[in-house]
Design a protein around this ligand. Structure first.
Ligand SMILES: Nc1ncnc2c1ncn2[C@@H]1O[C@H](COP(=O)(O)OP(=O)(O)OP(=O)(O)O)[C@@H](O)[C@H]1O
Ligand SMILES: [Mg+2]
Length: 346
């Protein structure tokens, strides 16, 4: 058993000693999935048949036990306080973690799918009803795509279009209201990271043009109707939240085209810090914030600005091979190269 002190822990040790593995175990208790997007079967120790994970965590003002057991045949059971849960979304209501890793730079520079994954998970963590809307939307989208592959009559098509637009609206509304709150915090955090030098903006890219006086719903239906031929040809829905994107602008210029590597990395870290702040705002409790060796490649002033911003904010778990800049942060240190014995308590 490992005990994580309230301010957090600095986890160090040589490459491959298991630092990310430990953070992954903590994050698994909040999402029921691998943060590295690995299938469960790859999380089972080589040569073994199953893995088990158990953690005592605090949320909603009290202590809870989350247990996971999973075998190589993908049979997984998760329980909270000894009661088995049916859906992973039940985990989202309780214990919350935010994991920041070098790979997050893909949220900034990668394909729109990376940004959708980031925002969809962040919004679900902030407001668990979003998951229900998203699930409904995906279901209707799948059925509509199926319809487009088949022969259909007008009435059928109209009915599907209407239910598609209906399923779309709450998803877009939630994305927009989350962004309204997210945007000013991101601007403030990024200014702090860059030392008041740079202004970061984020916008949700609408796929439907809304002309003045026209309701969004009407424009949406019109766009769908006029693109029917193309949709039939491609057998898929060409509008909707499953294709949407977010644009980052740094001092008014598109980040994806103009930002430097260090700027991209700073934005990726800022996004996670804002995600954590948003959880705190919606629940009144800080999530566990994990930083997996994210400060390498940033200049000294950005590194110290980020560390200063973390002070006293969340329980912070930092993983890095060398203590370097983190020395001043004064967290208890766990060196995994020293291989703590099973059952040791920090
Ligand atoms: N299914 C598995 N069973 C046993 N060992 C595994 C399994 N999957 C990965 N490993 C090993 O676990 C070790 C721990 O990896 P981890 O990514 O946690 O290291 P790390 O300390 O974060 O390293 P780095 O400093 O390079 O990021 C690696 O040596 C890896 O090869
Ligand atoms: Mg690692």
């Amino acid at each position: 058993m490992l005990e994580f002190p309230a301010p957090g822990l600095f986890i160090t040790g040589a490459n491959g000693c298991g630092k990310t593995n430990l953070l992954e175990a903590v994050a698994y208790l909040s999402s029921g999935k691998s943060i590295r997007l690995k299938p469960d079967s790859e999380l089972v120790r080589f040569g073994q048949e199953f893995f088990r994970l158990s953690g005592e965590v605090e949320y909603s003002g009290s202590r809870h036990t989350i247990e996971v057991a999973c075998d190589t045949n993908h049979i997984k059971t998760i329980s909270i306080d000894s009661v088995q849960i049916d859906r992973l979304s039940e985990l989202y209501r309780g214990f919350k973690t935010v994991y920041s890793a070098p790979g997050d730079v893909e949220i900034v520079t990668g394909s729109p799918g990376e940004r959708r994954r980031f925002f969809d998970l962040a919004i679900a963590q902030h407001d668990v009803t979003y998951l229900d809307y998203l699930r409904r939307y995906r279901q209707v989208l799948k059925q509509r795509n199926q319809l487009l592959k088949e022969r259909f009559n007008r009435a059928e098509k109209e009915a599907w279009d209407n239910s598609f637009v209906e399923a779309t609206l709450p998803v877009i509304e939630k994305r927009l209201s989350y962004l309204d709150e997210f945007r000013p915090v991101l601007r403030e955090y990024y200014r702090d990271i860059s030392g008041e030098k740079e202004e970061l903006q984020v916008e949700y890219k609408f796929e439907i043009p809304t002309s003045s006086g026209e309701k969004f719903q009407e424009s949406y239906l019109k766009a769908i109707t006029t693109s029917e031929d193309r949709e039939r040809e491609q057998c898929r829905t060409l509008f909707g939240p499953h294709l949407a994107d977010w644009d980052f602008l740094l001092d008014g210029k598109r980040v994806r085209s103009f930002a430097s590597q260090g700027q991209n990395r700073s934005i990726a870290i800022a996004l996670r810090l804002v995600q954590a702040e948003m959880v705190k705002r919606s629940t009144g409790e800080s999530p566990v914030l994990m930083l997996d060796d994210v400060l390498a490649e940033l200049d000294a002033s950005r590194r110290s600005n980020i560390l200063n911003m973390l002070h006293g904010q969340h329980q912070v778990l930092i993983a890095a091979p060398d203590i370097g800049d983190y020395r001043d942060f004064n967290l208890p240190v766990l060196n995994l190269t020293d291989k703590p014995e099973r059952g040791s308590v920090l």
